[in-house]
Each structure stands twice: as C-alpha cells, then as structure tokens.
Design a protein around this ligand. Structure first.
Ligand code: SAH
Length: 219
C-alpha cells in the first residue's frame, strides 16, 4: 500500500488534471509534454510531509539544499528543447535531483541520461525510482559541466541548475540539429536556448529564471 497523502488513485489523477489545465493557461501547448506531466505522479518525488503541495506551481525542497523544479518550469523547458518532438530520441539531463524531470523525460523519449553531483541525493533518488521500473533512464554520479561524453551526442540537453556561462563540453555533445536549454547567470538568470544548426551554434536568450547554481566540484 502507498501511504502518501494523495495515494496513487483518482485523487492524485484529478489533482494532476488540474495541474495540466493550469499549465495550458500558462501557455504550454505541446500535447506530448502535457500528457507526460499528466502521467507522472509528482507527489512520489517529494517527502511525505510535502506531498499535499506537490501539484502547486512552486519549487519545493528535496533535501541537500536542493529543490524540485516547479511544474511550469519543467514543462516550459521540455517544450523549448523539443522533448515532445518524435525526432528527439536521446536526451541528457544535468541535475537529477529527486528524479522528477528525468522520469517525465523518460515518458517522452527513447533514451534518457541524467547526471547528478551530490552522491547521497542520487542514491536516495535511485531508491525512489527502483520500484517504478523505468527502463530507459540511466543515472550517473558525475559533474554535469563535463556532460556525459560516453553517451554523446544528444538530441537535447536540459540543464536543471544555473551556470555562470554555457559549458563548452555540453555544446560539443549536441547532435546535429540538437538543442540545449540552460539557465545562465548568477544574480539574474535567463533561460538560454542553444541550437546546433549546420556548422553554427545559435544562442537565444529567453525567460528570466531562478535556479539553484550548477556547482563544479563533486559534493
Ligand atoms: N531535475 C530536478 C531539479 C533538480 S535541482 C527536478 O526534476 O526537479 C538541480 C540539481 O542539480 C540539484 O540536485 C543539484 O545537486 C544538481 N547539480 C548542481 N550542480 C551540478 C553539477 N555540476 N553536475 C550535476 N548536477 C549538479
């Protein structure tokens, strides 16, 4: 039996339905992204004491000084990076955290790789994901500034923490026509969309953002 406040049945399904309606009002239009968000039980990714707040549009603490990104942030980033496009097959996420966005991605694309620098957080997340039996998600304890060269190139890269500048290793690991979405900045952050188009790299500055920092040393 699941003992989360919302359970896994109708109540949480209805609550997710309301979350998806809100995401549509906030301007998310990608149907594949919306249905993945409707499918993944977000309350299972936060501690029990917070599960009644799991579907609010806010970031919540997940321990280790880290947060689970707000639903709109996740939906917006996945939409911008084209995760709902069937041509996008292999994706790298930097900053696994509680694993929520990685699991939403695993609903959308064939292969997901996610890297996290905080070893203890990654172990907790592995334990949480184990019963979910997600076969197309690989997790690794490593520094996301370096990306994951052994699995590159990626059709899309989603960075879930703010970098002072765009890490060159991640740009190198973009497949032809690949896209990366990354919050850049320190006090003031913006989402940057980085696209590989032929021989060129095109950078576009989008929404303001508020992410925890991407830290280089392994903690
Ligand atoms: N993807 C999560 C959000 C995670 S918050 C979600 O679905 O809600 C950002 C995460 O990035 C934190 O867990 C943090 O520990 C991690 N992180 C910070 N710097 C990193 C680095 N250099 N490499 C990999 N992960 C990093």
């Amino acid at each position: 039996m699941m003992r989360h406040a919302l359970g896994t049945g109708m109540t949480s399904e209805r609550t997710r339905g309301r979350m998806v309606t809100r995401l549509r009002h906030q301007g998310v239009t990608d149907e594949a992204v919306l249905s993945a968000m409707a499918a993944v039980p977000r309350h299972l990714f936060v501690d029990e004491g917070l599960s009644s707040r799991a579907y609010e549009d806010s970031a919540l603490p997940i321990g280790f000084g880290q947060t689970i990104s707000a639903p709109f942030t996740v939906a917006r980033m996945l939409e911008l990076v084209g995760a709902g496009d069937p041509r996008v097959r292999k994706v790298l996420e930097v900053g696994t955290g509680c694993g929520y966005q990685a699991v939403v991605l695993a609903h959308l694309v064939a292969e997901v790789y996610s890297v996290e620098r905080v070893g203890a957080l990654l172990e907790k997340t592995r334990a949480r994901l184990w019963p979910m039996r997600i076969r197309n998600l690989r997790l690794k304890h490593t520094d996301g500034f370096q990306g994951l060269p052994e699995a590159a190139p990626f059709d899309a890269i989603v960075v879930a923490a703010a970098a002072p500048r765009i890490p060159p290793a991640l740009v190198e690991q973009l497949a032809p026509e690949g896209k990366m979405i990354i919050p850049v900045g320190q006090r003031v952050q913006h989402l940057m969309l980085v696209r590989r188009v032929g021989q060129e790299i095109i950078e576009e500055k989008l929404d303001t953002a508020n992410f925890v920092p991407l830290l280089a040393d392994l903690g």
